[in-house]
Design a protein around this ligand. Sequence first.
Ligand SMILES: *[C@@H]1O[C@H](CO)[C@@H](O)[C@H](O)[C@H]1NC(C)=O
Ligand SMILES: *[C@@H]1O[C@H](CO)[C@@H](O)[C@H](O)[C@H]1NC(C)=O
Ligand SMILES: *[C@@H]1O[C@H](CO)[C@@H](O)[C@H](O)[C@H]1NC(C)=O
Ligand SMILES: *[C@@H]1O[C@H](CO)[C@@H](O)[C@H](O)[C@H]1NC(C)=O
Ligand SMILES: *[C@@H]1O[C@H](CO)[C@@H](O)[C@H](O)[C@H]1NC(C)=O
Length: 415
Amino acid sequence: MSVSLVSRAAIIGTVLIAVLYQLVFKSIIFDTLGYGRKVLSIKAFQDVHCEKITELGLEGCEDMWLHESTGLLYMACSDSQSRTQWLPAVGFLNASGRGLTDRIAVLDTRGQGRLASRIKWLSVENFSGIKGDGTMNLHGFDIRADEESDTLHIVLINHRPPIDPEKGQLLDAAIVGANSTIEHFQTRAGGDTMRHVRTYADPLIQTPNRVAWVTSDSFVFTNDHSGKVGFRRELDPFIGGGSVGYCNQNTCKIAYSGIKLPNGLIRARDGLIYVPSTVDGTIKVFSLSEDLVLLKVNEIKVPLPIDNLSCDRNGDIYAAALPKVYVWTESSKNPFNVHPPSAVLLIRKSERGNGGREDVHNETDAAYVVSKVLEDDGSVLPGATTAVHDTETGRFFLSGVMSPFIAICEPIGHD
Ligand SMILES: *[C@@H]1O[C@H](CO)[C@@H](O)[C@H](O)[C@H]1NC(C)=O
Ligand SMILES: *[C@@H]1O[C@H](CO)[C@@H](O)[C@H](O)[C@H]1NC(C)=O
Ligand SMILES: *[C@@H]1O[C@H](CO)[C@@H](O)[C@H](O)[C@H]1NC(C)=O
Ligand SMILES: *[C@@H]1O[C@H](CO)[C@@H](O)[C@H](O)[C@H]1NC(C)=O
Ligand SMILES: *[C@@H]1O[C@H](CO)[C@@H](O)[C@H](O)[C@H]1NC(C)=O
């Protein structure tokens, strides 16, 4: 009796583990972490030539944005060494090792002459930083180009170290987490400085990853985790805990929650908000209702874990993907020696049954076609967390939050 009970329990236990393996761990080990996945070399993509750009000091550039009309490429950069100490999104919370020189770089990608002569670093005006030092700790950002002028409105994530508001001393970030805020700056296309307009600090801006403008005075952002620190965070990849928030001039609110590690969201040219999840291989598509709730209208399945999205002038969406997340994780501790594979996926909307890219009248009917446009085993491309496409030149720009360089891919047979 007891024997059969034990064996029955053992059988149930084994079955349970097998089921869990099928449902949870297998997908995490193979689909998410990428063990056993075959990765193509960039040589397999014969219509592009990609080059590492190592000499410009473009390190740890988490995010990029292309100004379509001028070809100016804005990048949120840091240095790879400091990213290994201070990157709240992955739990690196040694505030004394944080970058003190994080800046927005601007590369004139369509100009003439050497790249080094076409790069600028924006200096910051009217921003006090931490106790007046003017520093920021950059992550995702978005820019809205004014339609009537050359003004650019930047919103960026700033992972400030936490400070005791009364005593003015640094608090231990490993215990309380980063004090992440969203900053609004204003600049001119081609200008040398950016002027601070406003800080958005709110308890709902917890673990912000990327931000996207919605209107001229409101934006959405992802909280990649359920909290700044603590055990619950560790469960986020399995049971979710991230959210999408919305802020306008007066208030912030959570517009959708329960997403597994939501990452580099965008508002695409169709007005919809696309939210990728790093772990479950999906992009959720939302429309924002008038009462500021995100209504899920669609979900796109993608074959690789993806990070950050970008949208080009044609409305095509590009996703930076990490075919081997476990190598990327190693590189986050040792960015100078470990070069993780990268891939870029193209996500194109088409109307079901129609096959064309005409206006979709009911977004739940839209179908998306996903294809791989670039892949590399780590020899040329940075462990790319963002990929941006220029429709005018056909070029791709790739950067990685940890990477000590960026890469530019030039189409062959196009000058
Ligand atoms: C935190 O960063 C500082 C400065 O880089 C370094 O000296 C220190 O060893 C780091 N602390 C830990 C616990 O790694
Ligand atoms: C910076 O702030 C000061 C005081 O708040 C203000 O007088 C000045 O006009 C601002 N400068 C710019 C460039 O906005
Ligand atoms: C992009 O991807 C990296 C790697 O997962 C992640 O750490 C980062 O937060 C993402 N977000 C942005 C805005 O680049
Ligand atoms: C976080 O930053 C905001 C904006 O500067 C500031 O008002 C607040 O005191 C900071 N809180 C902590 C804990 O550092
Ligand atoms: C769009 O289609 C879905 C399912 O086909 C339906 O449930 C929904 O009501 C439609 N929405 C509109 C606005 O027609």
